[in-house]
Design a protein around this ligand. Structure first.
Ligand code: HEC
Ligand code: HEC
Ligand code: HEC
Length: 450
């Protein structure tokens, strides 16, 4: 055989193997046999579950999954989600036959929620089916029972009507799924093969960690926000929970890294933060405040223990500590004065904050990493979550009208490099970028001044 022919045979074999690989992958991505455990006869509009216990458990699954955050409190949808590819609107998932999912069976619901296969075709991954794929059959049955208690609302939604071409073509999501969708369901970790080391205590702690992993990766979909994404919007596996950019907010590293993560937090700190929005020094803002308010404050104590055990079991991201910033004297003076005048009344003269209500700057690692949230908070203001445990939900006003980009940078550089803190520099350009992204107004200059 000539060398040329050999090579072309080789190439052909590779092509066939690649083809089989893609077909295999296509098969596993499209496979909906997992949904066969669900009923395919009764549509939602005709379903009237009277299994009170299942409905109650289903409500808990709904809280944990935070369905109402996107589908709205009455589940009639229409909430806008901006993506780099255009705006998407959430579906009406009430039992209305005309505009909701009244014609959906339980099996159709399993297909939509766990596999992103909706009534109109492939769903966009803004619906977090990539995480919900891990929901157990039992939780899905309970969720379906709960859905039957939701009142029908007539509200017509054109979900992808405002997506740009070609992203308004649902079939494109097949390609996305081929690249990023893992359809294999939840896989618990097993104890090490060294069985001699297994004790009842090991098994109990492993069960707890596995429950935590289930909650974090499945219903509570933490990685949807806390993991960074590539250009096509796929989660970067190697950066799992090491921080994700949400546009005008940043969901920080939640691995046990001592610098950028929550390595300095005890398990109790983590649980308190999720339950109340604050472990003492840090206070949840933006999308995390909403998640705490609508979802995590309802977690049972056992589930909070499970989540903290799992987060603590993760490998740390191993981020280096930022070099201290040596501030220009004039900028430092200006930042210190601005802090005293505008911020110290709430955040404390020594940056000590108010426990559980106003975040501290001194000794609060959350202030020292990616500066997005700090800048956004100063520009547009922010409000702490309202929870059963903390009813005050303290707020902070916007300072966009009062400070220009340089002044915002100076005051933040000052607090990030005072009281023992050290953090990288925030530039006026960083502030300008977020002023544009958030749509915050310009500084107002009183007449007659400069
Ligand atoms: C982060 C936002 C978000 C969350 C949280 C969310 N959804 Fe969705 N959901 C969407 C979006 C966006 C769509 C529309 C996607 C599309 O049309 O491609 C959607 C579509 C759906 C559909 C398909 C409707 C149809 O007509 O085919 C169902 C069913 C659904 N969601 C149920 C749920 C349930 C149940 C939960 C909680 C377990 C949930 N969603 C949580 C954003 C969300
Ligand atoms: C909708 C997006 C979103 C989801 C879902 C989400 N988070 Fe967050 N999270 C954020 C943002 C944004 C922040 C930053 C809040 C701030 O600056 O006050 C944050 C902050 C945190 C912090 C504080 C970190 C620190 O250093 O201060 C912890 C801990 C945390 N999240 C854990 C979780 C866990 C656990 C889950 C899932 C059970 C979760 N988050 C789900 C967006 C999210
Ligand atoms: C009226 C009281 C008040 C004043 C004045 C105030 N803050 Fe705040 N600030 C708060 C509260 C309350 C929060 C927590 C809100 C939340 O968690 O959403 C907060 C949160 C923050 C955060 C953290 C946002 C996050 O990601 O968690 C930063 C940064 C911040 N403030 C900076 C400043 C700066 C700089 C000033 C002065 C220019 C200032 N604040 C003035 C009350 C105040």
């Amino acid at each position: 055989m000539s060398v040329k022919k050999k090579i072309s045979y080789g190439v052909a074999t590779l092509a066939v193997l690649a083809g089989i690989g893609i077909l295999g992958r296509m098969w596993s991505v499209l496979d909906t046999t997992r949904s066969q455990v669900a009923d395919n006869t009764t549509v939602l509009a005709n379903l009237h579950s009277n299994d009170a216990a299942a409905i109650k458990r289903g409500e808990y699954v709904m809280r944990m999954s935070d369905c109402a955050a996107c589908h709205q409190a009455d589940f009639s949808g229409g909430y806008k989600i901006s993506t780099p590819f255009g705006d998407l609107q959430t579906s009406n998932i009430t039992s209305d036959k005309e505009t909701g999912i009244g014609n959906m069976t339980e099996r159709g619901f399993f297909n939509a929620v766990r596999q992103g296969r909706g009534e109109k075709g492939f769903l966009y991954p803004a619906m977090p089916y990539t995480a919900y794929a891990k929901l157990s059959d039992a939780d899905m049955h309970d969720l379906w029972a709960y859905m039957s208690t939701i009142k029908p609302v007539n509200n017509k939604i054109d979900e992808n009507g405002r997506m740009n071409f070609p992203y308004n073509i649902r079939l494109a999501m097949l390609g996305w799924n081929l690249l990023y969708f893992n359809n294999s369901g939840f896989k618990p970790d097993n104890l090490q093969s060294d069985t001699s080391a297994q004790t009842t205590a090991d098994t109990a702690s492993l069960n707890l960690i596995n429950r935590g992993k289930y909650i974090v990766d499945g219903p509570a979909h933490c990685s949807v926000c806390h993991t960074s994404r590539n250009a096509l919007g796929g989660e970067v596996e190697s950066a799992y929970l090491q921080g994700g950019n949400l546009g005008t907010w940043f969901a920080p590293d939640i691995t046990p890294d001592i610098h950028s993560g929550i390595g300095s937090w005890s398990r109790t700190n983590i649980e308190l933060y999720l339950k109340t929005g604050s472990e003492g020094k840090s206070v949840a803002a933006g999308p995390m405040a909403e998640a705490v308010e609508h979802s995590m404050q309802y977690f049972s104590d056992e589930d909070l223990h499970a989540v903290s055990a799992y987060l603590k079991s993760l490998p740390a991201s191993n981020s280096p500590q930022a070099k201290p910033l040596v501030m220009d004297e004039a900028a430092k003076k200006q930042g210190a004065l601005a802090f005293e005048v505008n911020c110290s009344s709430c955040h404390g003269v020594q940056g000590e904050g108010i426990n559980g209500m106003v975040p501290a700057f001194a000794g609060n690692h959350s202030m020292l990493n990616n500066p997005t949230n700090l800048i956004t908070a100063v520009l547009v203001g922010t409000r702490a979550p309202h929870t059963a445990e903390r009813q005050t939900a303290a707020g902070m006003p916007s300072f966009a009208w009062k400070m220009d980009d340089e002044q915002v940078a100076n005051v933040l550089n000052y607090v990030r490099n005072s009281w023992g803190n050290q953090a990288g520099e925030i530039t006026a350009k960083d502030v300008l970028e977020l002023r544009q992204k958030t749509g915050a107004g310009e500084k107002i200059t009183p007449p007659g001044s400069r």
